[in-house]
Design a protein around this ligand. Sequence first.
Ligand code: CP
Ligand code: NVA
Length: 311
Amino acid sequence: MSGERMAGRDLVSLLDFDSASLGRILELALEVKARPGDFSKALERKTLFMYFEKPSLRTRVTFEAGMTQLGGHAIYYTAADGKIGKRESVADVARNLERWVDGAMCRTFSHELVEELARLSKIPIINGLTDWLHPCQALADYLTLLEAKGSLAGKKLAYVGDGNNVANSLMNGGARLGVHVTVITPEGFAPNDAALSAAHEAAAETGAKIEVAHTIDAVAGADAVYTDVWASMGQEDEAAARKKKFEAFQVNADVMARAADDAIFLHCLPAHRGEEVTSEVADSPRSLIFQQAENRLHAQKAVMLLLLGGV
Ligand code: CP
Ligand code: NVA
């Protein structure tokens, strides 16, 4: 159990929390999943503001349903309603929100905007994806790996594709939780030096190996093979050019055959079937993609309970 106090804190990056705190979130997520009724009034009369600059199915629905299931309420607000920093300064938005609501979840292009909101407002700010990180996704992913394999420390996750926000958060989570993460990308698409050095620094404590490779044979021995879209939200113009560069990095039956015999397949979704993953793999018994999507709900309920003071 962590000595860190979590109530009132922000979740901008998984590196904001120590290993014990991330373990506590996963442990609580399992409790919430097993006994949702025990938490049905935990956030009674609490309100979560949800701000979206990008589309969403999973993040919007799981945060909103999660608040309802905890006895609270969520407000959906998009950049079309009023872009933060454009219609009104970030500081003024932060100082308004903290007078009305108990927490805010933000999905933005700019990572700095979420960091700024966290710095300027007194309420917990939860990162629901930026161009840089997707921490709530990685929490659900490690919850799924934990359920599938029974433990996390020493397990091997091979992430295949673009060194993007999802890859960065998987590296951060792996570093803190002791999961070895190999990010396998075409040349030129590896996570950048800042992302790698932050993860390496965090990994020193757990001994997790965080590595980059550029050939698909690096999936050998992986307990989980993970992929994501080749062009993220905001990179639509690059999609055609990327398709050619990423062709050799499709997760198909041959790639799964190179991983451990009991390897699971993970994808944050949405999937572009026939591009980064074949339907054969996505719909195979080894694919836990919908359990993973379900776990967004449980992991984020745990995050909201801890940060908004419901437990
Ligand atoms: N995985 C994920 O964040 O999905 P959405 O973009 O639909 O929220
Ligand atoms: N890397 C993807 C993740 C979507 C959940 C994106 O940013 O679009």
